[in-house]
Design a protein around this ligand. Structure first.
Ligand SMILES: [Zn+2]
Length: 429
């Protein structure tokens, strides 16, 4: 199997099965419900894991939860820990609803403080970091390979970097240097002891430490959104390679999701949460939508493209009402996925099977993407219909807490409820 890697700027062959294939994907910073664009790396990583597992690989997938970060302190002054807990719960609930299973490990930064402090200490001993005024900074000029991953050297980027992570600081020797440890500030409700004073870690070092804790000093794939290449991943490389680890062998960066042609981001105010998207379109349509674009390409989200995804989904579901035909070939599907995980091509192969009535292959293909539900019978049992009816009433009364908990009950019973124009629709999960 081959995957395009940002660091090699080319497709790179994975070792043959059983591998292992150890993967680290950067997960969310938990301070609000994740938006549907944040769900893309989650979906891609879970699909890739499912495909590698089905191809005979031993896989380990780590997806971290960033629960210490300036964004959280800023969003909830004095109460960041409560907000991070709440938003972690939302994240798990919302991604559970995708029905793709969970990564093998989902470490939190706040549970990795020992490893973070040890790594910072090692960087200081190697002269790659220095303490200043209670902070610790990475010394970029002493690390040879800085800029190799992103093709940027940092100097001109720092003042343009919109991240609240890296404010300019008079304590830095060089504007490219970035914080590994930050001294405690008035109003921050979490802090830890360290040899450099009380404080908390910077964002980048959290990922270096969490990846190593669960995958060891070298691993096959590091992934995340394209917006993380610089500075986040460049800085992870500097920290981990600087400390003598091989770190990630290949880098997968997924394209961004755009709403009306613009990158979806909180600061632009054009955000649809994953929660809303699932309520509005359902998991199957959302997954089919994600399949329609290659993982490296940007994607547009609009009502029109979601309608097209919904109609593709129904076409695939309807195929199972027809008589199955013998024959068909799995190879083109496997080839599409083995060559840079080309999901649009795999989807086209599934439509070929659908047209030809090769329903066994279609069922198997859908299962890789968490869509085996499309091949199931559709009549919901009476008690599930009753719950859905109660939920519809609750929504009419605008009791959304009640309606959410009824939805959870319906999902626990193996069904998904979707809001459609004149009521609801029940589909098997
Ligand atoms: Zn990260």
């Amino acid at each position: 199997m081959r995957l395009y890697s940002t660091s090699q700027r080319d497709k790179v062959e994975l070792p043959p099965p059983p591998g292992p294939i150890r993967m680290y994907f950067c997960g969310p910073t938990v301070y609000q419900r994740i938006h549907v664009g944040n769900a893309r790396p989650f979906v891609i990583s879970m699909w890739l894991k499912r495909w590698l597992d089905a191809s005979g690989y031993d896989t380990v997938l780590v997806e971290n939860i960033t629960d210490i970060n300036d964004k959280i302190y800023n969003a909830a002054p004095g109460a960041s820990a409560e907000l991070a807990d709440q938003a972690t719960q939302w994240y798990v609930e919302d991604t559970d609803r995708l029905g793709l299973g969970r990564p093998d490990h989902e470490p939190r930064a706040s549970e990795t403080i020992d490893e973070i402090r040890a790594l910072i200490d090692e960087l200081i001993r190697r002269d790659l970091a220095y303490a200043a005024g209670g902070d610790v900074y990475f010394r970029v000029r002493n690390f040879d390979g800085y800029g190799r991953l992103s093709g940027r050297l940092g100097e001109e980027e720092v003042p343009l970097n919109p991240s609240v992570e890296e404010e300019p600081s008079a304590l830095k020797e060089d504007p490219r240097d970035f914080a590994l440890w930050k001294a405690h500030k008035e109003g921050e409700d979490t802090q830890w002891e360290s040899p450099w004073g009380r404080g908390r870690p910077g964002w980048h070092i959290e990922c270096s430490a969490m990846a190593e804790k669960f995958l060891g000093p070298a691993f096959e794939i590091h992934g995340g959104g394209l917006d993380l290449v610089f500075p986040h991943h460049e800085n992870e490389v500097a920290q981990s390679r600087g400390a003598g680890r091989e770190f990630a062998r290949t880098w997968m960066h997924n394209g961004m999701l755009r709403l009306a042609g613009e990158k979806m981001s909180k600061s632009l105010g054009n955000v649809i949460s994953l929660h809303e998207a699932l309520d509005r379109w359902g998991r199957e349509t959302l997954l089919v939508y994600f399949m329609t674009a290659h993982w490296r390409k940007p994607m547009d989200l609009s009502s029109e493209v979601m309608e097209q995804a919904a109609s593709q989904t129904e076409t695939l579901r309807n195929a199972f009402r027809s008589k199955p035909q013998a024959g068909g070939d799995w190879t083109p599907f496997a080839e599409a996925l083995d060559d840079d995980f080309d999901t649009p091509k795999a989807l086209a192969v599934m439509h070929d099977w659908r047209r030809a009535g090769h329903l066994d292959l279609l069922r198997r293909g859908l299962d890789v993407f968490g869509l085996a539900s499309l091949a199931k019978e559709q009549a919901a049992p009476a008690e599930v219909v009753q719950l859905a009816e109660k939920r519809r009433q609750a929504r009419l009364r605008r009791e959304f807490g009640e309606s959410d908990s009824l939805r959870a009950e319906i999902e626990a019973a193996g069904w998904e409820v979707r809001d459609v124009e004149d009521g609801y629709q029940l589909v098997p999960r």
